[in-house]
Write a protein that binds this ligand. Structure first.
Ligand code: GLY
Ligand code: MN
Ligand code: MN
Length: 440
């Protein structure tokens, strides 16, 4: 096995150990399907996150099968070598080289999967599979199960249970191993270059897409395969549209620019937001709201540590934001009243973070038995408070169309947290200094 794939091998071993302790069974993990974009062109292929987590195998048309029990083993089904196709589409490992390189116990042609499944599922107590995500695959699995059931008069028993494999894997994926943390650090470092570059090139009169182009350039230049999600490059009022992605407008002097963008590196997302003035200088009202969101983020980060329940950082951010909204005259009443009634949601309508990993909104439960779960060492999440002030009656006009979010990627450590995206400028002084130098 290539040592680069040892972390994936280790994860397969851990999952096999868990399933063996549960009495054994067969786990089936297909990679993603190739999807047509138009006519004979496909969207860029990206492996399924679970499949990638357990295999590292990059090709489409591949399925991982893990057989737990007395002799645990992992099998890959993949495309055969095909010299003609490789001339057109590029290298294929083929089963033999795939087994060697990635450390599978066995590898077989994908064309043999259905036949082999009938054998692999015979006399097994359970199937572990993510039912309901792909109807074609659900049918394929049920067909395989039924083929085993047809053999019962020969003395073969068919699996009696189909268990949700994602439930097992989500908990594993929630706690990042050292290989994952390293990749996420590198992803954040590449995104940092993009965000700095965006701050440096932004000028009144440029378009949002021109700034987006700088981000994408930095991501690919740094070795990332793609953005982790469509970049939000939102000037002025567009920053108050939470999922703005058209990035088509011209940037105006005096407006803010909100950029929510992160690269995906080797499958792992970064997710960073910075907000800065198009002309390089925060105005008074922009400064007031920016300092408020920054203070809210700091309050949330201060509350981000192992043993702390998931909602505590969110509540800390909300308390700061709600008080600030009162102080700025965006809301009236008392802090308790505003928190109780949720009036702050008019300007802060999303939560303060989410799990981060292979998926930008990564897998894993946020509650356990009805309670917000405690943070644990090795979890990675975002901390991303914001304040979005649309033009409206009874809102002081000075604040109209100010939309600010500040988002960092955070790793829970033994004694607190480590901000993976800390290098990206976020104080007013640091942002203005970077932009001033770029304009000089
Ligand atoms: N970029 C998506 C998010 O911040 O959740
Ligand atoms: Mn986010
Ligand atoms: Mn984001």
């Amino acid at each position: 096995m290539n040592p680069a794939f040892a972390p994936f091998h280790n994860r397969r071993q851990r999952l096999l150990d868990t399933l063996t302790r549960r009495g054994g069974g067969v786990a089936i993990v297909p990679t993603a399907a190739e999807v047509t974009r138009n006519r004979d062109t496909h969207y860029p292929f990206r492996p399924d996150s679970y499949f990638h987590y357990l295999s590292g195998f990059p090709e489409p048309e591949a399925v991982l099968v893990l057989v737990a029990g007395d002799t645990p083993r992992s099998l890959l089904f993949c495309r055969d070598k095909n010299i003609e196709r490789e001339i057109w589409d590029g290298f294929r490992f083929g089963p033999e080289a795939a087994a060697d390189e990635f450390g599978f116990d066995e590898a077989h042609p994908i064309a043999d999967l259905d036949t082999q499944l009938t054998t692999l599922l015979a006399n097994q107590p359970a199937i572990y599979f993510a039912l309901g995500h792909d109807l074609a695959w659900d049918k394929r699995l049920v067909d395989a199960l039924n083929r085993v059931r047809e053999q019962v008069r020969t003395g073969i028993t068919a699996p009696a249970r189909i268990q949700d494999l994602h439930a097992e894997l989500d908990e594993m994926r929630l706690i990042k191993d050292s290989h994952e943390v390293l990749t996420m650090r590198r992803a954040a470092a590449i995104s940092d270059v993009g965000h700095r570059r965006a701050m440096q090139v932004t000028r009144p009169g440029r378009h949002e897409y021109e700034v987006e182009a700088e981000l994408l350039h930095a991501f690919r230049q740094g070795g990332a395969q793609s953005p982790a999600y469509p970049a939000i490059v939102a000037g002025g009022a567009n920053a108050c549209v939470l999922h703005y992605v058209s990035n088509a407008c011209r940037l105006a002097d005096g407006d803010l620019l909100l950029i929510d963008a992160g690269c995906e590196l080797d499958g792992y997302a970064s997710d960073i937001t910075r907000t800065f003035p198009v002309n390089g200088r925060f105005s008074g009202p922009q400064r007031d709201v920016y300092q408020l969101v920054l203070a809210a983020q700091q309050a949330a980060i201060d509350a981000t540590a192992p043993g702390i329940a998931w909602n505590v950082p969110h509540d800390a951010a909300v308390a700061v934001l709600a008080q600030g909204m009162l102080d700025l005259g965006l809301l009236s009443g008392t802090l308790d009243g505003v928190l109780e009634a949720g009036d702050y949601r008019r300007f802060y309508m999303h939560r303060t973070g989410h799990w981060l990993g292979l998926d930008v909104h990564d897998v894993g439960d946020y509650k356990r038995d009805g309670d917000w779960r405690p943070l644990q060492t090795g979890m990675t999440l975002t901390v991303e408070p914001g304040c979005y002030i649309r033009a409206a009656d009874k809102v002081p006009e000075a604040f109209w169309n100010i939309g600010i979010r500040i988002e960092d990627d955070v790793l829970i450590t033994a004694d607190g947290c480590d901000i993976l995206s800390a290098a990206t400028p976020k104080t007013i002084d640091d942002i203005e200094a970077l932009m001033r130098d770029a304009h000089a």
